[in-house]
Write a protein that binds this ligand. Structure first.
Ligand SMILES: [Zn+2]
Length: 426
């Protein structure tokens, strides 16, 4: 048998190929749900990069060389690897008792007053050893991979001092070695205002004068993520952080309107953030007023469920206004949602989205939020060979499969990393 690269692969006879072809910008409006399906489709990957996409007969005519590893996808759906654009995987401690208290009727404020909330995770994370933190991240990455994720955004934000935030970013960098998933690192110094600083302006100064310059100088993160939320950081403080980030040349993301209408969406758009995430309490009037925006709305349905929110983000209003929408899990110390595939399934009924709208939100649009649209998020020639095989003949089945193990195979850079092909010798 000829010597073939371990990252050469043919996937053939897909019942449906979900291509989500990249047209040079994130999907919005009527295009949000277009999956560009192809029956009996195939993908040829050479040296980890997609070399051909099309009908199986056409692809095999050009790339049917002997000796290339091949997966027969008869009866199955083949789609781009999922791109998770919002996660907080580096933390220690356990907060399931808080969730039980919340379900019994306690408010977020009552939980925080009794020593719970994000601050509890910050204290546990500061006191944890590197080994403990990396072992916990490794388990999360493994579970996240089993939810179909091939690219993962990972945030700091459980340190909240210069020393602890920079250390978290170094650990996230080191954690690349423990997963086949490609990581994109965000600095989230302005996650909450820590009670040991307590003054939002003073803490904003710390982020801007001490943390951010070190992060940028050391190229420790690709994104600066900030929270715009009543009781945490004000629109004026967030605007300062977005402006300073632009001056320093680091792109921004915003945690916005998760617990109350806080002008987070308007502030993120005005400040040129790549995306604004949560948006649960963004009023319809604000969405209409802002209109079509280049800032991508990242919606987190499991966060809304777990926070016991009394409303949901207005996905339809964003789509109708011409705002690109992405879907993510918000995996964190308080939300143990690891499966983006199941989150996509859940997002459809939760928001009244079509399956295609949710799938595009977790592939191409999510890739745009991470500046990775040039090489992933769709099955286009020239992009990375990152794809999934699902045990379902049509991608719409994803949304009926909450909790069902539909994921058969995960391929990253042309290499099967999960599933039957991954356990076969090359
Ligand atoms: Zn978050």
């Amino acid at each position: 048998m000829p010597d073939r690269s371990a990252s050469d692969l043919n996937v053939i006879h897909a019942a449906q190929l979900v291509r989500v072809l990249d047209r040079g910008e994130p999907r919005r409006g009527a295009e949000q749900g277009e999956m560009d399906l192809l029956a009996d489709g195939a993908v040829a990957i050479r040296d980890g990069v997609i070399a051909a996409v099309g009908p199986t007969a056409d692809v095999l005519a050009r790339f049917g060389d002997d000796g290339v590893r091949s997966i027969d996808a008869t009866g199955r759906t083949v789609m781009p690897g999922l791109v998770e654009c919002h996660s907080h995987p580096l933390f220690a401690g356990e907060r399931c008792n808080e969730y039980a208290a919340r379900l019994a009727g306690a408010t977020l404020q009552e939980v925080a007053a009794s020593g719970g909330g994000i601050w509890k995770s910050v204290e546990a994370t500061r006191n944890a050893s590197d080994d403990v933190l990396l072992a916990s991240a490794a388990r999360a990455y493994d579970d996240i991979l089993r939810g179909g994720v091939t690219t993962l955004e990972v945030k700091s934000g459980y340190g909240l001092t210069v020393e602890h935030e920079l250390h978290a970013l170094r650990l996230l960098e080191a954690s690349r070695a423990i997963t086949p998933i490609d990581l994109v690192i965000s600095f989230l110094g302005a996650h909450v205002v820590p009670p040991d600083v307590s003054d939002g302006d003073r803490y904003t100064d710390m982020v801007l004068d001490e943390m951010l310059p070190a992060v940028v100088a050391g190229r420790m993160a690709e994104y600066h993520d900030v929270t715009c939320e009543e009781g945490l950081f004000t629109p004026a403080q967030v605007a300062r952080m977005l402006d300073r980030s632009r001056e320093l040349g680091i792109a921004t993301r915003v945690h916005a309107d998760a617990w109350s209408p806080s002008e987070g969406w308007q502030t993120a758009v005005a400040g040129g953030a790549v995306c604004a995430d949560h948006l649960t309490y963004t009023p319809a009037s604000a969405i209409r007023e802002v209109g079509a925006a280049d800032t991508i709305a990242v919606l987190l349905p499991v966060a809304e469920l777990t926070y016991l929110c009394d409303r949901r983000a207005q996905a339809r209003a964003f789509v109708n206004s011409g705002v690109p929408v992405a879907i993510a899990t918000d995996f964190s110390s308080s939300i143990h949602a690891t499966s983006l595939l199941h989150t996509v399934a859940f997002a459809a009924p939760w928001y009244g989205m079509l399956p295609g709208e949710a799938i595009v939100g977790a592939t191409l649009n999510a890739a745009y939020t991470l500046g990775r649209n040039h090489d992933r998020g769709s099955l286009d020639v020239g992009k990375r060979g990152d794809l999934l095989l699902l045990d379902a003949p049509h991608p719409d089945a994803v949304c009926l499969g909450i909790g069902r193990p539909l994921l058969d195979e995960v391929v990253i850079n042309g290499r099967p990393v999960l599933g039957a092909a991954a356990s076969r010798p090359t």
